[in-house]
Design a protein around this ligand. Structure first.
Ligand code: GAR
Length: 188
């Protein structure tokens, strides 16, 4: 049995999709959702799935070993960031080397780094006039959107696309690929 923790800050649609994907799989368990925003819908996602939800503060994450302990106690094999907007500290990175991954809604290294999240990413793609966009799944390091790339998938930016239409298309790509890549990493 492999155990996942999902870190989310926002609506948690990827979190919900990952939970549903592994629901009937006896080899993979989504153990908990960790969230840094008490207003995030991620809490509803955890409640619906009947899994623990942990609200953490910046202090918990950066000044204590609370989160490292939580992950160790839950025997987590892979930490999956799904719209989690804080940097992860060195202590957690060192405790889980190559076992923390993130998804970014563009083809890194373009349209990534501090300040690039959600709609801002799709705005940037449209403004740049790029012909394609997509998703990047990567290992986490101490910088925003910078770790070693595991997987990318692209789609064309079509005439008439707006940041909103791109957000929708890219979310669909995320739903299709993130759980599959998580499954592959857990099996390797
Ligand atoms: C996702 O599109 C994810 O790629 C993005 O936040 C969204 C969260 O959506 N992450 C970043 O932009 C990280 N730089 P969700 O809350 O509906 O899963």
């Amino acid at each position: 049995m492999k155990r996942i923790a999902i870190f989310a800050s926002g609506t948690g649609t990827n979190a919900r999709n990952i939970i549903q994907y592994f629901h009937a799989n006896p080899d993979v368990s989504v153990e908990c959702i960790v969230c840094n925003n008490e207003h995030a819908k991620a809490r509803d996602v955890a409640n619906e799935a009947n899994i623990p939800y942990y609200l953490i503060s910046k202090k918990d994450l950066h000044e204590t070993d609370h989160v490292v302990k939580l992950m160790r106690e839950s025997e987590i094999d892979l930490i999956v960031l799904a719209g989690f907007l804080w940097l992860v500290p060195e202590t957690l990175l060192q405790a889980f080397p190559k076992r923390i991954i993130n998804i970014h809604p563009a083809l890194l290294p373009k349209h990534g780094g501090p300040g690039y999240y959600g709609m801002k990413v799709h705005d940037s793609v449209i403004k740049a006039g790029d012909k394609e966009t997509g998703i990047t799944i990567h290992y986490l390091n101490e910088k925003y959107d910078d770790g070693q790339i595991i997987f990318q998938k692209s789609i064309p930016v079509e005439a008439g696309d707006t940041p909103e239409t791109l957000a929708q298309k890219v979310h669909q790509l995320e739903y299709e690929w993130y759980p599959k890549i998580i499954g592959q990493l857990l099996a390797s």
